[in-house]
Design a protein around this ligand. Structure first.
Ligand code: TXA
Ligand code: MG
Length: 351
């Protein structure tokens, strides 16, 4: 299959309609189109067409029990695919939609089990990216879309990343340039008595508490609780991972730098190519391996935006082993550490 790459530009939220129309037509006819959202690029198909959803799993090599998020562009679409939507959930939608929030509800009859990985619940998100919103409208209102990476690899934050993984497997990539946020949406499950965060993201627990009060965090997300499985099926796999081995180092900043220098030197002495993930504040202290700054510690938004791109760059440079600094687990740092730990298969050296 030939993959067509189309640049989409938008001015005051108006997208070039011809390209979006063509992309919408592909989706309506059961095909696959990758498109930009504000979090990461998505791999879209008609969410109400079971054969189309099945193609997503095939293109990504994704386990069939891992459900997809349905993307909508207007509130009235929610009533068609979800039942028992609580007042709390509506309040969340009012505050955070369109935006990087996914909510889980009991599904309606309209939603095929092929889209929900066999579950009776459905994940729904209204993205804020103008190209995504325009595409959802053109495609009939319901786009099932996981991140547009090969299953297990870092999520794509640019059209080039999508092409790396999906060239020849899908009909079209809409290229809207680099994304704004860089890590996936926050997922909140509203099928429980007290809503529960299943995946941390740009919208933090504190931001949610301000809107609806009490909220729980999936105990399966906390590393020490390794006998408890996360409730979002996708959170149990090694994920977001580069081909190289990744190890995180945490502790006092000076000790971390010394440890990483030692480890990178040993790796190079044993003939491996080492990579080091530091920050704007620290990268000049590293003397071994390929050193990259992920951004400044004073701005977690930049760190989130650079994370997946850096992991992919190390892959392109054929690095064997990557040593990374760790970050705080407050605010957005929680989402950053969640992704880094998963990419590392939970390997962290604490000093
Ligand atoms: O920001 C995002 O959410 C991006 C963009 C493209 O919208 N999408 C995304 O999709 O990250 P994906 O498929 O890579 O991750 C979806 C996650 C998986 O961990 C999946 O297991 C979980 O959501 N999920 C989906 N439906 C669910 C359900 N009904 N119950 C529990 N978890 C669900
Ligand atoms: Mg994903």
């Amino acid at each position: 299959m030939k993959t067509v790459i189309e640049k989409v530009t938008y001015n005051q939220k108006i997208c070039n309609q011809e390209k979006i129309k063509a992309a919408g037509k592909i989706i309506q006819e059961g095909g696959l189109v990758a498109f930009p959202t504000e979090t990461v690029y998505g791999l879209g198909a008609d969410a109400l067409n079971p054969q189309a959803s099945a193609k997503i799993y095939e293109a990504k090599g994704r386990p069939s029990d891992n459900p997809l998020i349905i993307h909508i562009s207007e509130m009235k679409a929610l009533d068609k695919i979800a039942v028992h939507v609580s007042q709390q959930a509506l309040k969340m939608a009012e505050h955070f939609w369109p935006g990087p929030l996914t909510m889980i509800f009991e599904k309606s009859e309209l939603v095929p089990l092929e889209t929900t990985g066999g579950l009776k619940t459905v994940a729904v998100r209204m993205p804020s990216h103008p190209a995504a919103l325009a595409l959802i409208k053109e495609a009939g209102g319901f786009i099932a879309a996981p991140s547009a990476n090969t299953s297990g690899r870092p999520s794509p934050t640019s059209a080039e990343h999508v092409a790396e993984d999906m060239n020849g497997r899908i009909s079209m990539i809409l290229d809207g340039g680099a994304v704004g946020i860089g890590i996936e949406s926050t997922i909140v499950d509203f099928t429980e008595e007290i809503p529960m965060i299943l995946r941390p993201g740009y919208i933090t627990p504190d931001m949610i508490k301000e809107v609806i009060g009490d909220i729980k965090i999936d105990p399966g997300l906390i590393k020490e609780n390794s006998d408890v499985h996360p409730k979002a099926p996708g959170m149990k796999y090694r994920h977001y991972a580069p081909r190289a081995e990744l190890i995180l180092i945490s502790g006092a900043q000076d000790n971390v730098q010394e440890k990483i220098n030692n480890l990178a030197r040993e790796a190079e002495l044993s003939g491996k190519t080492a990579g080091v993930i530091g920050t704007d504040e620290s990268f000049r202290y590293y003397s071994y391996g390929i050193v990259k700054s992920i951004g400044t510690r004073y701005d977690e938004d930049t760190i989130a935006r650079n994370l997946y791109g850096i992991l992919r760059e190390f892959d392109q440079q054929n690095v064997d082993i990557i040593y990374s600094e760790s970050f705080t687990t407050s605010g957005m740092g929680q989402a950053i550490m969640n992704r880094l730990l998963k990419a590392a298969g939970q390997r962290m050296i604490e000093i």
